[in-house]
Structures are given as C-alpha cells and as structure tokens.
Ligand binder design. Structure first.
Ligand SMILES: Cc1cc2nc3c(=O)[nH]c(=O)nc-3n(C[C@H](O)[C@H](O)[C@H](O)COP(=O)(O)OP(=O)(O)OC[C@H]3O[C@@H](n4cnc5c(N)ncnc54)[C@H](O)[C@@H]3O)c2cc1C
Length: 281
C-alpha cells in the first residue's frame, strides 16, 4: 500500500495538511489515534479559532475530520510504532506497513520522560514495537513496560512467540495472559553491557534480553533518530521542512504557541511543501 504523502497525527495540524495536499490532488494517508482521543477533544470551548467561535473541541475536530475525508484523505486508526527511511518512508502500525513518498509529522506534544538507559540501549535491547522486533527475542526473556492500553495484547503476542515475558507497569493491566507474571513498579532503569541485560524495577533487578517500552505515543525523534530538534521541539524552516529530505513537521511538535490556529496554519504550509517536494522529484 503506497501513498504520495503520509501524515502522522490526526489533530488540527495533520488534518490541515491533509486538506492542503488533497487540494493539490495528492493521495494522502493520515495515521493517528481516534480523533475522539486527541487533546483538543477535551476542550469544552474553543473560542479563539477564527470564523468558528463557540464550538467545543470535539465539534471543531469533527469538522476538520469531515473536511479532510470529504476531500478524499484516507485514515488509519492506530499508533505509528516504527519508521523506516528507504525508498520513501515505511510506517508500521500494528502489523501493517504503509509506504509514502513524503512525510508530514504532526504528532502534537509527546510528553514522556525517558528511563535511565532507554536511549542508550535503543536498538540494542530496547524496543517500542513488539510486532516489529518480537521475532528477534523468540525464546528469550523479555520485559514489557506497559504504559498504553494495548500493551497487554502486545505482551500476549510476545508470549505466543515463545518469549518469557514479565509485565511491568504502575497499574494492574487488563487483558494480560494469566501465564505472564506482573510486577507493579514505576521507577525503572535499563542496564546492560553491549546489549540489555536487565530491567531494574523499583530496586529489583529482572534479567532480560529485551525491554519493550509501550507508551501511548512514540516521539518523532524515536521514530526518526536523525531528526533535528532545538529546545525539545522539531526544528523547521518557514516551509515547515525539517533537516531530512521529504520530511515536514507542523503543529505543537514544532513549539511556539500551542494553539489550533497555529497548528492549522503550519499544517497547511507543510501539506503544500510536501506537494512541492513531490512535484520536484
Ligand atoms: C483541554 C485543552 C483545551 C484546549 N483549548 C484550546 C483552545 O481553546 N484554543 C486553542 O487554540 N487551542 C487549545 N488547545 C490546544 C490545541 O488542542 C493544540 O494546540 C492543537 O490540538 C495542536 O494540534 P496538533 O495537530 O499539532 O496536535 P494534536 O492535537 O496533539 O494532535 C496530534 C495527534 O497525533 C497523535 N499521535 C502522536 N504520536 C502518534 C503516533 N506515533 N502514531 C499515531 N498518532 C500519533 C496524537 O495522539 C494526537 O491525536 C487546548 C488543548 C487542550 C488539551
């Protein structure tokens, strides 16, 4: 499955990018959580979006979604777990891979403090995607750090591959296979040598070859480690281009005013810039 432009994030910035790109007749896939779960859906009143005063967050978002889908944008509901830059961009959601020639990042603000050792061992035992990397740990001991609602299912999947799974999270999970031990813990650290050797959970060491950290969202810099940031936000120029060819960014993820109208404006520019990039190829 291949699209001209893949847009990561179904908030105002991503949807504005989708509208702009559809107006240039590019085919567009928007990957994001259910719009009802977006931050704006929690707003009781959005009174500063020009031309549409007095709407609730969900009402405004629904208008954006309807506009983009009426113009022909396609949607996949789910979390982008990994991204491969080769012959365009391949984005993994669950067990599916979606291919695009240009990429617009509009994931909003992903707030997640890293655990000690997490960045150091990323790709050397630390993974954010059981579906992508599970086979590498077949028949090995792994821990799953469950911070997302779908984490128990991912842990069950790893067990079905033959991994010896220990599930660690601050809250008791629902839907976890009864054969998977559960450890309640919040203070975590990852230890290793060349690769991961253990997870420390509230002071107790759990030996393992892999640590799957499953959060609600994956930061764009974890998906694309070469992505340049500045002050914790994605660095863009006025065309919303990042430092990576074919990759654009818009909305809260670029910093500045965390507001709908700014996200929409940047999304529009990012969508147009992605079209220009494709036309120039
Ligand atoms: C309670 C509340 C009230 C607000 N009120 C106002 C207001 O009155 N006026 C105003 O202008 N602004 C308001 N805001 C701010 C506004 O919601 C944001 O500025 C705006 O939504 C930013 O849009 P965005 O598209 O950049 O990001 P978001 O709206 O955050 O959308 C990004 C989407 O991408 C998804 N995502 C992230 N990573 C991934 C991934 N790896 N895979 C798939 N999906 C992913 C996220 O889950 C999210 O759904 C409010 C925010 C909140 C929380």
């Amino acid at each position: 499955m291949s699209w001209d432009i893949i847009i990561l994030g179904s908030g105002p910035a991503g949807l504005a990018a989708a509208v702009a790109a559809r107006c240039r007749d590019k085919n567009v896939l928007v990957i994001g959580n259910r719009w009802q779960d977006s931050p704006l859906a929690k707003a009781e009143l959005v009174d500063n979006y020009p031309g549409l005063p007095g709407l609730t967050g969900p009402e405004l978002l629904e208008k954006f979604v309807t506009h983009a889908s009426t113009l022909g944008a396609e949607f996949v509901v789910g979390k982008a777990l990994s991204l491969l830059v080769w012959n365009g961009f391949s984005v993994t959601v669950g067990s599916q891979v979606y291919q695009g020639r240009a990429l617009v990042l509009a994931p909003g603000v992903v707030r997640a403090a890293k655990y000690p050792g997490e960045s150091e061992y990323l790709g050397r035992g630390v993974s954010y995607c059981a579906t992508c990397d599970g086979m590498l740990y077949r028949n090995k001991p792994v821990t799953v750090v469950g911070l997302a609602p779908d984490a128990p299912l991912e842990a069950n999947y790893l067990k079905s591959l033959g991994c010896q799974v220990v599930y660690v999270s601050p809250h008791r999970p629902q839907g976890l296979d009864g054969g998977i031990p559960y450890v309640q813990a919040g203070r975590l650290a990852i230890h290793g040598e060349q690769a991961v050797t253990s997870l420390e959970a509230d002071g107790t060491s759990i030996p393992c070859a892999g640590v799957f950290i499953l959060r609600r969202a994956v930061a764009p810099t974890d998906l694309l480690p070469a992505l340049e940031t500045e002050g914790g936000v994605i660095k863009v120029d006025r065309s919303m281009s990042t430092n990576l060819p074919g990759v654009f960014a818009a909305g809260d993820c670029t910093g500045g005013a965390l507001q709908v109208s700014k996200a929409v404006g940047e999304g529009h520019v990012a969508g147009l810039s992605a079209c220009e990039y494709l036309d120039a190829l």
